[in-house]
Design a protein around this ligand. Structure first.
Ligand SMILES: [Zn+2]
Length: 67
């Protein structure tokens, strides 16, 4: 999986931690780096609001890909 350089492990971890402590669910577009709200943790290939690519993944899904 080729990741946009703005989608760093730190941002992914922060988003996962936030989803555990609040009801926020976020994900990232791996094409443009956009952080999307209301994305299920296991989302894959959702449409990006910013660039229109089917490249939004849930934060937990991305975290799994990092390990
Ligand atoms: Zn995008």
């Amino acid at each position: 999986m080729e990741m946009h350089h703005d989608v760093t492990p730190e941002r992914i971890l922060e988003a996962v931690e936030r989803s555990h402590s609040t009801l926020d669910k976020s994900g990232f577009c791996i094409r443009c780096g956009f952080e999307a709200d209301g994305v299920e943790p296991d989302a894959r290939c959702y449409e990006c609001e910013s660039c229109g690519e089917l490249a939004v993944y849930g934060a937990e899904e991305l975290l799994l890909g990092l390990i």
